[in-house]
Write a new protein. Structure first.
Length: 163
């Protein structure tokens, strides 16, 4: 995909004074107990025609509405989008030089059609998932070792108050 096409496919939505309507939408869903609907959610067009929404799309719309309600902008970008190193670094929350080191070590696939490096969004998501899984495994191993040494005790709830 050409760089310009990835940019053209990206759309950022900003809260535009409609927070009250979004709050009403989220509250109405919560009051009806349908933040996870049991029946099919649907979009209703101005001509009253209905389009049923699959559960993942409904969940995404609720998540977008909640983010907008909190005053955050929301970007929609195709998973196949090709990002610059700065855009990729922003997605990961790292500096561009740190991202470049990850790319050069081969931890994240990249393409380099000329002088510039590009990263597929789907590769960044895969890297994030792998790192999260690795962190979880390391923390579990640390907790196991600490428990074996008597330094850590897993509890079912919060720790007791000390005072």
């Amino acid at each position: 995909m050409a760089r310009n096409q990835a940019i053209a496919d990206t759309r950022t939505y900003f809260p535009e004074g409609t927070e009250a309507q979004i709050v009403d939408f989220i509250q109405a869903l919560a009051e009806r107990g349908i933040l996870a609907p049991t029946s099919k959610a649907a979009l209703v067009a101005p001509d009253n025609s209905r389009i049923e929404l699959p559960e993942p799309l409904y969940a995404a719309l609720v998540q977008v509405a909640e983010a907008l309600m909190q005053g955050m902008a929301v970007s929609v970008i195709p998973q196949s989008a090709r990002l610059t190193t700065q855009q990729a670094a922003d997605v990961l929350g790292v500096s561009r030089p740190t991202l470049v080191r990850l790319l050069e070590r081969g931890e994240i696939p990249m393409s380099k059609p000329g002088r510039h490096r590009y990263v597929q969004l789907q590769d960044l998501v895969a890297y994030q998932d792998a790192m999260q899984s690795r962190r979880r495994e390391i923390l579990d191993a640390m907790a196991r070792e600490a428990a074996e040494d008597g330094l850590y005790e897993a509890t079912a709830g919060p720790p007791p108050a000390l005072r």
